[in-house]
Design a protein around this ligand. Structure first.
Ligand code: FES
Length: 161
């Protein structure tokens, strides 16, 4: 799943997405994931659209939206960075990497603005190559501050060309 928005928010497009999914089993989560995939996040206006399309309450949709940490209700930063905080990565320096990364962002305001301050993620499925990180949807194994910075710059340069 990429977290880079591919188009600007549109209620009409969101309604089309919901109408195509609403009859699937477990439609709320599927709708929210599809909306995030399309727009990069789930705007507040999407909650009512999903609720209406799935014939559930706004509270039901809000509950799903806030339960899953991978769903976001704000636009992502230009190059989102997520660090794994689960056990296997903790055992090989994940906590230290998080501290080092936070320190690097504190010392480099531009880096902090480009990457944002995302919530840690719990297991990227790359446990054997921990500590693991994800930079703009790209998985990094044996991550360190330098390799994360390199991936951020590589993505940013690719986005600008
Ligand atoms: S515990 Fe970090 S990738 Fe699985």
């Amino acid at each position: 799943m990429t977290s880079t928005p591919v188009e600007s928010w549109s209620e009409d497009v969101a309604r089309d997405i919901v109408s195509n999914i609403a009859r699937e089993p477990g439609p709320i989560l599927l709708c929210l994931q599809a909306i995030q995939e399309r727009f990069g996040y789930v705007p507040a206006a999407a909650v009512a659209i999903v609720a209406q399309g799935c014939n559930v309450s706004r509270a039901d949709v809000h509950g799903v939206l806030t339960f899953y940490s991978d769903l976001r209700d704000t636009p992502p930063p230009p190059v989102p960075v997520r660090l794994c905080a689960a056990e296997a990565c903790q055992a090989v320096g994940g906590r230290q990497l998080l501290r080092d990364w936070q320190q690097a962002c504190e010392q480099d305001q531009e880096l902090a603005e480009v990457t944002g301050v995302d919530e840690p993620i719990f297991c990227l499925g790359n446990c054997a190559l921990g500590p693991a990180a994800m930079v703009a949807g790209r998985l990094l194994g044996r991550a360190c501050v330098d390799s994360i910075k390199q991936a951020v710059h590589h993505h940013a340069e690719g986005s600008n060309s």
